[in-house]
Design a protein around this ligand. Structure first.
Ligand code: DLL
Length: 435
């Protein structure tokens, strides 16, 4: 029997959920218009008044907001509550430009904790579980979000943070952790280290993992499930909207239920901004309808995704988002062809390679080049150059079939690619350095 954290909301009939969203949206637009000058200006510019937004059917009338707006308004320009009412900030990693800071009131934290509690329960968690949190703690939202959710469910919580992998495994064994929360790339690394220590899944009590914060493929899921002997659940979120728990996977493991009582999702054509019907791929846009301190209306995530309202076997009625196919800005355009790192990962794991790889993109004599460095498993090593070349050729052919372009493939020795303890860096695009 599927367990829910909040059955009334998670299984609410669609019409009732729409009514709830309608009411919350109307109130949120008013709150934002009255308290945030930046929004008031954007809405005035578009000629929209709060009275024009009577229900979610009017959502499309509101202006979008993007990361560029968040940077422009940094740090306090989008704050909708007095600082005295705020209790916490978190921040994005700021790898591309100025960091974005998001503010939370205690009410915002409570809602966020509830979203993560739903995710943990959907992964089979109860107050009998021991939850090991190996997401980073600090400004990153991963650690704090799952920590709050785990407390709410009443699990024994191990706030490990990321890193120190041997110690992660020692604690996992000694304290009998049953649920692991970390990035999928770190989960793969923990699985690898477990085996390197001469242990097997039978030596640990883990039954489930809640993995997210970066794109990962179904092939990666199966590989982690095998190495740790668990069921691996996806979880999605972003700092700007709260953090992990915006959407979470259930027993069906076929996409993530969006916590629609708090977030309205739309899919838009990233070029034109036009709202696309259910089932079409486009950019995911979120409106937070319960957030007090940092409420974003129609925030463009840049994540490419599809929504589905198909009935789910778990009984939840919350709309589902498919695994994001990567951010629109992760997409590499190589000689005019769109290439996602996730396509490369799929081929690698299908062909029996490890999920440890590094993609290097460059431009030489005005032509794009792509080099894929792939780590071999020890049993793939050969001292015959010919064998290695044949392996490289065969992998390059499989890549060409998937990508439609001819990459250079380099097999590298086991353990030579740096492991990730957080979000993995899979691509180095040197073209950006020349531009
Ligand atoms: O990564 C929040 C989070 C923490 C989610 C822990 C899940 C677990 P940011 O650092 O702001 O927040 O990065 C958000 O990461 O826009 C996506 O591009 C990507 N992302 C997050 N979850 C997934 C996922 C956290 N499950 C950005 N699959 C998002 C694919 C994901 N991409």
């Amino acid at each position: 029997m599927e367990k829910y954290w909040n059955q009334e909301i998670e299984c609410m009939p669609r019409e009732d959920m729409k009514k709830l969203q309608d009411e919350r949206l109307v109130a949120q637009v008013k709150h934002v218009y009255e308290n945030v000058k930046y929004y008031r200006d954007l809405m005035d510019e578009k000629g929209v008044k709060p009275e024009d937004i009577k229900s979610t059917d009017d959502l499309h009338k509101l202006p979008f907001i993007s990361k560029a707006d968040l940077r422009e308004a940094y740090p306090y320009g989008l704050l909708a509550k007095p600082l005295g009412d705020c209790v916490r900030i978190h921040s994005t990693s700021g790898t591309t430009g100025k960091r974005v800071v998001a503010f939370y009131t205690q009410h915002d934290i409570d809602i966020w904790d509830e979203c993560c509690a739903r995710a943990i329960t959907a992964a089979g968690g109860t107050n009998e579980d021991v939850v090991q949190i190996a997401y980073g703690f600090g400004l990153f939202t991963g650690g704090a979000g799952l920590n709050g959710g785990s407390h709410k469910v009443g699990c024994l919580t191990l706030p490990m943070s990321s890193g120190n992998t041997d110690r992660q495994i020692t604690f996992m064994r000694d304290l009998g952790a049953t649920i692991l929360c970390c990035t999928p790339s770190y989960a793969a690394y923990i699985g690898e280290t477990l085996h390197d220590m001469g242990l097997t899944p039978d030596d640990i009590k883990l039954k489930a993992g809640i993995f997210g914060a970066e794109p990962w493929t179904e092939e990666m899921r199966r590989s982690i499930e095998n190495s740790l002997g668990i069921k691996a659940y996806d979880i999605y979120g972003l700092t700007e909207i709260s953090g992990p728990g915006v959407a979470f996977e259930c027993s069906e493991q076929s996409g993530m239920h969006i916590n629609e009582d708090n977030f309205i999702a739309e899919i838009i054509n990233p070029e034109t901004g036009e709202v696309l019907p259910e089932g079409e791929v486009g950019e995911l846009v979120f409106t937070s309808i319960t957030k007090e301190a940092f409420p974003l209306l129609r925030y463009r995530t840049r994540d490419l995704c599809v929504l589905s309202r198909k009935k789910c076997s778990c009984g939840r009625t919350l709309v589902k988002m498919a695994k994001p196919m990567g951010r629109s800005d992760d997409m590499m355009i190589i000689r005019g062809v769109n290439v996602f790192p996730s396509q490369i990962e799929t081929v690698l794991i299908e062909q029996g390679y490890s999920p440890n790889y590094l993609i290097e993109v460059d431009r030489v004599n005005n032509t794009d080049t792509i080099d894929i460095n792939v780590e071999m498993n020890p049993d793939q090593l050969s001292d015959k150059v010919k064998d290695m070349q044949a392996q490289e050729r065969s992998l390059a052919e499989a890549m060409k079939a998937m990508l439609g372009i001819n990459p250079k493939v380099h097999l590298v020795t086991p353990k030579s690619i740096t492991r990730s303890e957080g979000k993995a860096v899979r691509v180095i695009d040197r073209r950006k350095l020349h531009d």
